[in-house]
Design a protein around this ligand. Structure first.
Ligand SMILES: [Mn+2]
Length: 284
């Protein structure tokens, strides 16, 4: 499978955090050549307005809407041309635009340290990257997407590798998650469970699928260069064991990678490790 690498440097705080520079960091670490990928270029999807919109509860709401339109148009174009996009965030705010650009009826394999299931009211930050899985399954925030209904059927969503904490915000977020979404938290995804879950997911359906990888699904001990580290995550070997069968399934429409914070990676060593693992699993 040949990948088409597309940069989407959307960073949801509007304050220019290092997620904005992740696509450049991953390219500098050799991603395009290592994958033998096609270069699909870069979108100008930056959020520069740090103000939380009172209506939607989302930071930079108008720029978020523009970014969703730009990302969806480009993903739709690549998909129509038979390409397999590898979209480089940025943060998880890239997901709604991507899913909007896909033909309906796909599965979503969502690997993330968090559920990303706040809405504009419950989110402690106002960052759309707190809300992306909620948004794409039609649980708010409202007023961001210019169409009704879910972008993906909640029953076709697999939420993988999250670890809800005991804090009040995390408990409230967990309670919002659509009960139709299939959940495999991090404590059931380590060691031999990783490969088993990957094989089962790959074999359990026949639909096309999108794989979204928030790098904070990894444990902060092995990948500290993220903005919202969550203890109890996966090791690199777990990630490889889980994702390899998903790629080999032949069902992938594309992949998105989010949340490398380049500010926390001054010598580029974490970007290099991410590229090593992506080259390993995506060319399997
Ligand atoms: Mn996320």
């Amino acid at each position: 499978m040949r990948w088409s690498v597309l940069d989407a440097p959307l960073e949801s705080s509007g304050r220019g955090r290092g997620e904005r520079r992740a696509p450049v960091a991953l390219r500098t670490a050799g991603l395009v050549a290592r994958l033998g990928a096609e270069d699909a270029g870069a979108l100008a999807t930056v959020i520069t307005d740090p103000v939380r919109d009172p209506e939607t509860g989302v930071i930079g709401a108008e720029q978020v809407r523009e970014a969703i339109r730009d990302i969806s148009a480009r993903v739709m174009e690549l998909n129509a041309a038979g390409r397999h996009p590898l979209v480089l965030g940025g943060d998880c705010g890239i997901l709604p635009g991507i899913l909007l650009g896909l033909p309906s009826g796909f599965e979503l394999w969502f690997l993330d340290g968090h559920a990303d299931f706040h809405d504009g009211r419950t989110s402690p930050t106002g960052e759309v990257a707190d809300m992306d899985l909620s948004l794409v399954t039609d649980h708010g925030p409202t007023g961001i997407l210019d169409r009704e209904g879910p972008l993906v059927d909640p029953d076709q969503v697999h939420l993988l590798g999250h670890r809800p904490s005991a804090g009040a915000e995390s408990v409230a977020e967990a309670a919002r998650v659509d009960p139709a979404i299939h959940q495999v938290p991090a404590d059931r995804l380590r060691g031999p469970d990783a490969a088993r879950v990957g094989r089962e997911l790959a074999a359990a359906g026949a639909n096309f699928a999108w794989l979204h990888l928030d790098l904070d699904v990894l444990d902060p001990l092995v990948l500290p260069a993220v903005t919202y580290p969550e203890p109890g995550g996966l090791d690199w070997s777990d990630l490889t064991a889980l994702v390899t069968p998903l790629v080999r399934s032949g069902r992938l429409l594309g992949v998105s990678v989010a949340d490398l914070n380049a500010d926390e990676d001054p010598d580029g060593r974490h970007a290099e490790r991410v590229v090593d693992v992506l080259a390993d699993v995506l060319t399997a």
